[in-house]
Structure formats: C-alpha cells, structure tokens
Design a protein around this ligand. Sequence first.
Ligand code: AMP
Length: 310
Amino acid sequence: MGVTVVGSVGLDSVETPYGKAELELGGAAVYFSLSASFFTDVNLIGVVGEDFPEIFINILQSREINLEGLQRLPGRTFRWRGRYHKDMNNRDTLDTQLNVFENFKPIISATASLEPYLFLANIHPALQLDVLKHTYPNFIGMDTMNLWINTTPDLLQEVLSRVNMLFINDSEAKELSGENNIKKASLSILASGPEALIVKKGEHGCILFLDDGDHFALPAFLLEDVIDPTGAGDSFAGGVMGYVAYRDRYDVQTLKEALVVGTVMASFACESFGPNKLINISMADIRDRCEKFIQQTQLESYPLLPENDK
Ligand code: AMP
C-alpha cells in the first residue's frame, strides 16, 4: 500500500542559533516523502526548475521515491528563506519565491492516482481540490497554513469536508475555528468534515482529536540539540501517513501508533540542517527511538490513591 503526496519541492536557506545552510534540499513534499519512504512506497507530485541540482534527485531516488510526477520546468525552483529565534519554536519567513511553483499544475500518473493513501501538503486549496478530482484514495490527509485560512476560507472548507485527517498547528487551529481553547477549536473543525485532527504543538508534542470527542496527547521526543526544525511538521506527517499506509488501516489504535512514529521521524528531521539526518538513519534507529519514546511516555502503574475520602 503506497502514498501519494502533492506539495512543494524547493531550495531552503535557513539560519538557526547553530549556524546556517544555503540552498538546501527542502519543501514540504520532500520532507514528507523522505520520512514516509521508510514505511511504504511514495509517489511525489511536484515541480522544480532548471536549477534543481541532480544530486538532490539522486537523494530522493536513493529512498526509492517514485519521481514520475516530479516535473522539471524552465525557470527557477521554489525558494524559501527562514530564520529561527533563540527559542526555535518561532521563526520568521524572510523570503518566499514561488518561481515555477506559482503555476504548478500537478501531473498525476495512473499509479499515483490509484494509491489508497493521499497527502495534500500545504498548497493552494484550489489545487488540493483539483488533485482530489484526479485521485481515488481511501484515506486522505492534508496540511494547510494561515495564508489559506485568511485568503481562501471557503475553498479550504470545501477541501476539509472531503478529507479524513487534518494536520495543523495549534495557532492555526485556533485561527481556522475562531475558538481560543484548543479542545473547542478542534471539535469545531471536526464538525466541518474530517474524522481526525492532529494538532501539532512543536516541542510540546501533539494531540490527536477524534470526531467522537475523544483525544490522545503525546509529548515531543526531547532532544538536547535541535539544529534546524525546518520540515519537522512534514516529516511528522510523513511518519504518520507512511505508517498508516504500511499497516493499511486507520482505526484509533493504529492512529495512536502512527503518532509515535510521526513524533520520532520529526525528531530526526530536527537533528541536522536540511534532511541530512533523515536520509542517514536506518530502521534500527527508528525502532530504537520508538522504544525509548514509549518508555518515556508510558506509566507502568496507576497512582495508588487512598481508599476513602479524607
Ligand atoms: P515545516 O517546517 O514542516 O513547516 O516545513 C517547512 C518546509 O515547507 C520548507 O522546506 C519550505 O520549503 C516549505 N515551505 C515554506 N513555505 C511554503 C509555502 N508557502 N508553500 C509551500 N511550501 C512552503
């Protein structure tokens, strides 16, 4: 069972308290694909320009990502430049150059369109709807950002009504719903379509909300050195969707397990500039970190409370 992802492929320039990187391999679809590729077949749908280095194509191919849907067009590749604050939970976007991504028209092969799992990364909701017209998945995940919440709310609602799971960060969930409390915000979003919602809270972890009102929370995997958090959210989504596709099921227990995998994949993404750490790990590293994380988050006993009221 494989997953198709549609989103940005780009060249990122990033500054963090640990240093800087220029024109690194980046883009939401790249981080998602690299992360998901540890668990399942991945079809990447995106666009690059003439300046996109062949070595980055080789990296994606080394993870056996299907690049039939990656167009190369005349012009420059999408570029993003960001600078992280000292507390790394906050960053400023210094520059976004859409370049060939501006008029992106996804080309979806038969293989990609028939894949049972689909992830709509952060792109214009009109494009997300267009992709939905040309694909036949059983389970759809999506991401979005405040730009689309503010500029195209109606189109975004239409996409939301057609997906199974939304990945969103906590401030965006509040903005999208108009609610200040995260539980109320989540229930309101779930009422508009998806059966599940994953609220990402950066270094504070994530919460899975379900449409029956239930929720399940996990902390982040604590790292001593967060070198560059760029792509953590997309690597998280790649881990979640990749695991769900690998298990080929999306019941509540599987979604909770997928959250562990997503958390672990996001932690690897933070340990280097660009996706360099992500591409140099093995399943043994992933398994090891999943085990550590479960030990850190699991109680072996219930609190032994006094029998009677005091
Ligand atoms: P994350 O840190 O998970 O939010 O993902 C950051 C990635 O998203 C970077 O690799 C950027 O290239 C990419 N990105 C940044 N801004 C945009 C945008 N407006 N549209 C699509 N992708 C973007």
